[in-house]
Design a protein. Sequence first.
Length: 542
Amino acid sequence: MDSHIIISAEMGSIITQSAGIAGVALLSEDAAVIGSAVLAATGALPWVWAFTAAFIGVWLGDLLLYAIGRWLGAQARRTAWLQRWIPAGQWERSEAWFARHSVWALAVSRVVPGTRLATYTVAGALKVPAGTFAGITAAFAAGWIGIVFVATFLVGHVAVWAWIAALQSSFYAASGFVLAGIIGVALAVYALRRAWPRLVQWEFWPAWVFYVPVAANYLRLGVKYRGFCLPTCANPGMATGGMIGESKSLTLRQLQEQNPEFTAATGLIPAGNATLRVTTLLQQITDLGLSFPLVLKPDVAQRGSGFKVARSPYEAMAYLERVESAIVVQEYVPGPMEAGIFYYRMPGEAAGRIFAITDKIFPVVIGDGCRTIEDLILGDPRAAMMSGVYLQRLAERRLDILVPGETLRLVEAGNHAQGCIFRDGMHLWSEQLEARIDAVSRSIPEFYIGRYDVRYESEADLKAGRNFRILELNGAAAEATSIYDARRSLWGAYATLFEQWELVFAIGARNRERGCRPDTAFALCREWLSYQGKCAQYPLAD
């Protein structure tokens, strides 16, 4: 009886020690394998049990890493932001590479300290067949444990510990430098990859970068024409010549009086009492014969700032509450096409010319019934470049899924800063259009240079100089926005801007000879600071 009890106790101790070894192996392979080898060498644990326990613990750890990688890989493939940075087909190419080199990759990671976790997890993420992975790791785990057992029996566990510690120390020292280099290169590549599209597509450069040569040219022209504020004389009929702070409603009122058939019906809601502003809005809607949707925008604004298409009285009232400064209310002209027509006329000349035309394209995404609006935007190479603007504008709808074929327009304002696409539109030029724009321009007192934003239904009508509606007229600070055509070179864009500003200064010089006095730099700074204070309250443009 006592002998049976002793045998049972010994077996219990063996099983307990074996289970402990297997458990320790999940936390530290080296400690578990060497510890089991020591127990076997000293006779404290039969070598078969010791070897089996160490093998089971090590192998289960390998399979656990594989399972974690398999789950992480499945999650990563469904992540929109990760898909954006991983080129199409990269997952498949990586899987094919790992399948060809899986034996060597798993073998090296077994004997090289610090690589097993990453390699086995990646193997799971790249869908190495479970049976293949299990077989390879089982063979290499058994081989590695066998080497440690033999070494422990021959030289003792102290020497084996010292050998493994030296191997790890030398490897970690070398791999530390290599890892630091890899991380540095990866970060540089990542940063370059993010910045590269914008570096190549200069139309998306920050203004402070793009306008450095333009500013330098402006200074050159100021010296040449003996007046850095001379552009304020380019259009004596506009405040500051249209450089900053001019009233949209004043210019549109002049256009409407002289050219009602070519001008969108426009009214003004002045700053002041909130109740009075609501009353004025309702009166303007009645007087101008407007209906919803209608356009609301600040009377003083640039680059499409604060532009809103109000589709209901509720949206209009919310806009009035948000924007306390003077507001333009205007009929909504659906177009569907829009153009920017840059015009100039030298003082004293009988007729003016069209300098440039911008063909404006309003980008859309088309639903497929699967992807969200955010995914559709991020999945489009160009839309992704403006994703910050689009997704902020569509914040409440970014996770909506469009039905197959459903079209969503990403921007309403025909402005490049708001995400509209600009193309060179000189194919729209015709003698009839130029004559019409010249006649409209000469009806505006003391206007010589600027850009019309117009909407129209057909190219044939626009080229014939009929059936278009003027939305805005911008003065001396307006640009020939066709420069933002991505098909044009950067040098071509600068050449156009340099020529445009040469015209602005030349026209200003002519008007100075006629008696126009330029505004002071102080006045321009005051107008700029006033505008900055106002635009801070403007809502995100549609």
